[in-house]
Design a protein around this ligand. Structure first.
Ligand code: DQA
Length: 148
């Protein structure tokens, strides 16, 4: 099946940005590992990063045309602000996992609210770049449940 990983604003700066919070791995490192991980399980994984809300929304719409089976999304700060991103995910109806590298519940209070969480299959946060791999494992087991 096809999986899509979406990265929201400022995640292009991974490895450089606040490394105490977000670690030293770059987005390219993470994407390459995820693509290998998915491929080893017999699936196909594409990824997309944008700092612009409308670009992420466009990519979500495109995912429906591409028959993407599962989305993993780290929405960055749009998590806490974007009704439009929520509506896009609801509109396409593709199951998704929301993930964060940091533990958003242990930071500023404004990070505790997400516009996406109640629509997500599940939410993972606090494990650094491993949050992406945990989310991918969870998505793969959901896809296997569906296939089997
Ligand atoms: C983040 C958490 C968000 O609150 C923040 O705005 C980010 C990254 C994370 O991965 O921990 O940009 O989504």
């Amino acid at each position: 099946a096809k999986l899509l990983v979406l990265h929201g604003p400022n995640l292009n700066l991974l490895g450089v940005r606040e490394p105490d919070i977000y670690g030293r791995e770059t987005l390219a490192d993470i994407n390459n590992q995820l693509a290998q991980h998915a491929q080893a399980a017999g699936h196909e994984l594409d990824w997309y990063q944008s700092n612009a809300e409308h670009e992420l929304i466009g990519r979500i719409h495109q995912a429906r045309d591409e028959q993407v089976a599962f989305i993993l999304i780290n929405p960055g700060a749009f998590t806490h602000t974007s009704v439009a991103l929520r509506d896009a995910l609801a509109a396409v109806g593709i199951p998704f996992i929301e993930l964060h590298m940091s533990n958003v519940h242990a930071r500023e209070p404004f990070r505790r609210h997400s516009y996406l969480s109640d629509l997500a299959v599940g939410v993972i946060c606090g494990f650094g770049s491993a949050s992406y791999h945990l989310a991918l494992d969870a998505a793969l087991s959901k896809l296997e449940q569906k296939a089997g």
